[in-house]
Ligand binder design. Structure first.
Ligand SMILES: [Zn+2]
Length: 388
């Protein structure tokens, strides 16, 4: 009897040790192992980089992780000190709130177990985030404002035109200034209630991807079970997003969803992180017809910095996809949509941006065209389309 009691006591002790270790080291372990880079050497400086007035990127999932973005980290892809180091002005921080177990590019079931629930538990996030995707989104929004508050003025969150204009003016005097904006991956965050859009809008969310890796109540995903188009509710969502000046992001949308949106929505759209079918033929990438149609809508296409998107594992592959877009719709409607910190092996972290500039030079783009592609187009898109 005494022996059994002793075994139970030691087992409990061991369990507590293991659980404590999991909570302390687990979140960092996942961040470190999921957000890696292909390029690991020293980045050669590029003389054009520092002259670029506004370097920007359309898509980064850094808020998902338990990482202090005010620290200069030696893992993960983005943080504010590394943005400053590389003359980067602006990053859209996108919110991931639900990821099906066994996630893949072909077909995912919305009802399969969700990996973000486990991550929220492991990160010891507020209980309200454990079972509500909307609360997860709101919590990630709050994290970005918290970073801004503690940044000593180095980082600010942009929510409207006026703030962006002011940021551009201020940054001319101080190149260490950085800014972020909030976006969402997947309208499932609305928890099937259109009224929740008001709350997310008030929090500063300025673009929403209609579907993420699975079909939802509003729209079909490129990786869903059915891959349908916009639902009747989805059409109401489009209308309300337009009224609130929240841009539609078509990244991850099914072919039918993209076609439905471009038919009924006359305003601009984004594809925040993607690649091009003509170079890299997979079901999430854009066809020639889609690119031309997005061009007609005065849209903006963000080209990814990871292998699945561009079929190559370096900046040259991304530059090639960019060239394909510019050949079809000119140099004003394309930018970077890295998917940094989105559980991808990126070509490089934010400090590798000189490699991107060099790759664009190798593709024959002029200095002015590189200024646009590296961020000028993203700046101009939001100057035009953010709420007043
Ligand atoms: Zn994504």
């Amino acid at each position: 009897m005494k022996k059994i009691k002793l075994i139970i006591k030691y087992s409990l002790f061991l369990l507590i040790i293991v659980a404590t270790a999991a909570f302390i080291f687990g979140p960092k372990y996942f961040d470190k192992t999921k957000n890696t880079t292909t390029f690991t050497g020293n980045v050669a400086p590029n003389s054009l980089l520092d002259s670029i007035p506004f370097i920007a990127d359309l898509h980064c999932d850094a808020l998902l992780w338990d990482r202090n973005l005010l620290d200069h980290n030696n893992y993960g892809h983005v943080d504010i000190p590394r943005m400053q180091e590389t003359n980067m002005a602006f990053q859209v921080f996108t919110i991931v709130s639900k990821v099906p177990e066994g996630i893949n590019i072909i077909k995912n079931d919305a009802n399969s177990a969700d990996q973000i629930t486990q991550l929220n538990l492991l990160q010891l996030n507020p209980i309200k985030t454990w079972f509500s995707v909307k609360n997860r989104a709101l919590n990630q929004c709050d994290k970005l404002y918290e970073f801004a508050k503690k940044s000593n003025g180095d980082f600010r969150v942009i929510t409207n035109k006026r703030e962006l204009q002011q940021f551009i003016i201020d940054r001319k005097q101080n190149k260490k200034l950085t800014a972020g904006m909030l976006g969402i991956e997947g309208a499932h965050c609305l928890e099937n209630d259109l009224n929740n859009l008001d709350e997310l809008s008030k929090k500063g969310v300025r673009y929403i991807g209609l579907a993420h890796f699975f079909d939802n109540e509003w729209a079909g995903s490129a990786h869903g079970m059915v891959k349908g188009g916009l639902t009747e509710k989805g059409k109401l969502l489009i209308k309300k997003m337009s009224d609130l000046k929240i841009t539609i992001d078509l990244a991850h949308s099914s072919v039918q969803t993209i076609s439905d949106v471009l038919k009924i929505h006359k305003g601009p759209v984004l594809v925040s992180h993607t690649g091009i079918k003509g170079i890299c033929n997979n079901q999430r990438n854009l066809s020639e017809e889609q690119i031309i149609e997005i061009g007609k809508h005065n849209g903006l296409i963000g080209i990814g910095l990871w292998e699945t998107a561009v079929c190559g594992n370096d900046a040259a592959a991304t530059a090639k996809n960019i060239k394909y877009v510019t050949n079809l719709i000119g140099t004003d409607k394309v930018g970077l949509g890295s998917d940094w910190d989105g559980s991808v092996k990126a070509h490089f972290a934010v400090t590798g941006l000189p490699l991107m500039v060099a790759a664009l030079q190798n593709e024959g783009f002029s200095k002015d065209e590189i200024y646009k592609i590296m961020g000028g187009n993203i700046r101009d898109f939001f100057l035009k389309n953010l709420p007043e």
